[in-house]
Design a protein around this ligand. Structure first.
Ligand SMILES: Nc1nc2c(ncn2[C@@H]2O[C@H](COP(=O)(O)OP(=O)(O)OP(=O)(O)O)[C@@H](O)[C@H]2O)c(=O)[nH]1
Length: 607
């Protein structure tokens, strides 16, 4: 495709799709690609979808959803529609906001049988913050449970936007898709460029990913000027220079072009070694004729949650390192560094953008790389002010300095939005209250309650989300964003098994909750750790003070033969291990603790 005659700005529309999970964003995107591709070149559509399937198998669908579509509108003109995909989850809020700032409008997709959910709200407000015009789309109207009129009212009431002209569609059957395309052209604004093609290059780094064949690919949105092949560019945030090797667009197949001009979205490659060298939100300019001012709002992604990941089998350490390196190739926001733990041996301290991010990485390591892992309690990043006035960040409770040297500890707080059917409100209020939450709002959306709470992230990282889902039988939806740091009365609680501290179980807790948490933990460990040939005391302590204690009594001789894990029968244990494969056990001093004990011990009780 040639770009020698540049598409005028008023024939371009850049948009994203905002929706709650499962409301049909991917299905709609596929339909838009299929409909427009199919119209232009019939036989190409199959290939397009095929190439996407391969990408899907490789697990890079996210990137493939950023596409350039050609659409012939009712006015007879052909428009370029650039669909920019946004990550669907709150953990990636900053990436979402950058993607949104690369476009002028959004399709707000709401499931016509479900209505507005917590993520709908969070995402739509972000779009509004980015000055987006919105086209409201009610999806799944093929479902008997669809109530488009009621949902329209709900959207007007809850979000406060006009939904009278909402487009009714079924992404599944294809119904209404042409109306969506027409609405994009009619209702969403064209991009603007102050300095136009002649200005110095100013482009937004929207996203980057690693392609096996092409290396690091960078998705850009041109604001001013022209980005051409062979040009030497500069990343203003990192001050790194690169020569552009390839310029292209995704249709969703990669198509090379000579250049990209104002308002356009495309990708470049430039011998960039790692995704980590590219920062989402950075400004790209031409090295020899730079733009006067970088785009506002650039900030590198900051890990919010940390946890230690250790191989169950110490021999897997190098494999774990290699696997993490591979994942990081495509995910610059995941960080890891080597850590050694007295109890768990060698492993890595890892940083994540949030809980879901942590779960995704952990699951991928276990599933795709076939690793057995022990994860320590997730910890948030605390800000410590020392008595000498210096400040430092604490990522690992095990590294907590001596309390007499600490002046104050600050912890991150979040602002959470929860939408729930009325029936479960009581249970959810109690959950939030138990987790030190401060209620800021309670309103009704039809029969559903909308709650906003301020909560310490420390209380959410354990199993808040699981608890919320179980209390509401899966009906409540939840969304959050970071809301700053506040001082807290926090103490480090250590757990000792048979007199040995188990560093992987130490945690910072609020003083008011310490005793209960300590007691729960000891009780749980008592049930989870198998009996040994001797008595095992389990203690929770703050500093030198034991705040809770349980004892596992010694096992009686006659049952030894049936029991797993007695230390007197090492040889047999080894044989068993070989026979049954890797048992997830860890030895602490003389005591074996099964891995399930770690996970289970970290889940809290709320009753
Ligand atoms: N009946 C019906 N089902 C639909 C329609 N659109 C999507 N679905 C189904 O709804 C489910 C979720 O659709 P997706 O497109 O994966 O939703 P999404 O919002 O992209 O979800 P994530 O990718 O998980 O964020 C899938 O099982 C789809 O087949 C529709 O118009 N009608």
């Amino acid at each position: 495709m040639s770009t020698s005659s540049r598409t005028p700005l008023d024939h371009i529309r850049n948009f994203s799709i905002v929706a709650h999970i499962d409301h049909g964003k991917s299905t709609l995107a596929d339909r838009l690609i299929q409909t427009t591709g199919g119209l232009a070149e019939r036989e190409m559509s199959e290939q397009v979808l095929d190439s996407m399937d391969i990408e899907r198998e490789r697990g890079i669908t996210i990137k493939a959803q950023t596409v350039r579509l050609h659409y012939k509108a009712h006015d007879g003109e052909t428009y370029i529609l650039n669909l920019i995909d946004t990550p669907g989850h709150v953990d990636f809020a900053y990436e979402v906001s950058r993607s949104l700032s690369a476009c002028e409008g959004s399709l707000l997709v709401v499931d016509a049988s479900q209505g507005v959910e917590a993520q709908t709200l969070a995402n739509v407000y972000q779009a509004i913050d980015n000055n987006h015009e919105l086209v409201t789309v009610l999806n799944k109207i093929d479902l008997p449970a669809a109530e488009p009129d009621r949902i329209k009212e709900q959207i007007e009431e809850v979000i406060g936007i006009d939904a009278s002209e909402a487009v009714l569609i079924s992404a599944k059957t294809g119904l209404g898709i042409p109306d969506v395309l027409e609405a994009i052209v009619q209702k969403l604004p064209a991009p603007k460029s102050e300095l136009g093609e002649k200005g110095p290059l100013k482009a937004l780094l929207v996203d980057s990913w690693y392609d096996t064949y092409l290396g690091v690919m960078v998705l850009v949105r041109i604001i001013d000027g022209v980005l051409t092949k062979g040009m030497t560019i500069r990343m203003m945030g990192t001050d790194a220079k690169y020569q552009v090797e390839r310029v292209g667009v995704l249709t969703p197949k990669m198509v090379n072009v000579d250049s990209l001009g104002p308002g356009e979205i495309g990708f470049i490659t430039a011998s960039i070694k790692e995704v980590a060298d590219t920062r989402v939100g950075d400004t790209i300019t031409e090295d020899k004729r730079p733009t006067a001012k970088a785009l506002p709002g650039f900030k590198p992604a900051q890990p919010v949650v940390f946890c230690g990941l250790f191989p169950v089998d110490a021999a897997d350490f190098e494999d774990l390192r290699a696997a993490m390196g591979k994942l990081r190739l495509n995910d610059a926001s995941f960080s890891f560094e080597m850590e050694s733990s007295a109890a768990l041996g060698f492993g890595f301290r890892c940083g994540f953008l949030g809980l879901l991010h942590l779960e995704i990485i952990q699951e991928r390591l276990e599933r795709e790389f076939n690793l057995d892992l022990i994860a320590t309690a997730p910890s948030v990043v605390y800000h410590l002010t020392m008595t000498d006035g210096t400040t430092r960040e604490l990522h690992n409770p095990a590294d907590m300095p001596d309390v007499v040297k600490i002046d104050k500890i600050e912890e991150p707080w979040i602002k959470a939005t929860i939408l729930t059917p009325d029936d479960y409100l009581g249970g959810i209020l109690k959950l939030c209250q138990d987790r030190r939450g401060i209620q800021t709002e309670l309103t009704y959306v039809g029969k559903r309650a909308m709650l906003t709470y301020e909560l310490p992230l420390n209380e959410v990282v354990f199993d808040f989300y699981d608890r919320l889902k179980s209390i509401s039988k899966g009906y409540a939806s939840f969304d959050y964003h970071l809301h700053g740091y506040r001082e807290g009365n926090l103490v480090k609680m250590s757990i000792m098994v048979n007199g040995e501290p188990v560093d992987a179980l130490s945690m910072l807790v609020h003083r008011s909750a310490a005793e209960k948490r300590g007691r729960d933990m000891c009780e749980k460990l008592k049930d989870l750790i198998p009996r040994h040939m001797f008595k095992i005391p389990i203690q929770a302590a703050i500093g030198g003070n034991v705040i809770a204690r349980e004892t596992i009594s010694a096992m009686r001789k006659d049952v030894t033969a049936k029991c797993y894990g007695g230390d007197a029968t090492r040889k047999r244990k080894l044989l068993e291990k070989q026979k049954e494969g890797k048992k997830r056990m860890r030895q602490f001093g003389k005591v074996d603790i099964p891995q399930e004990a770690f996970i289970a011990a970290l889940k809290m009780k709320d009753d």
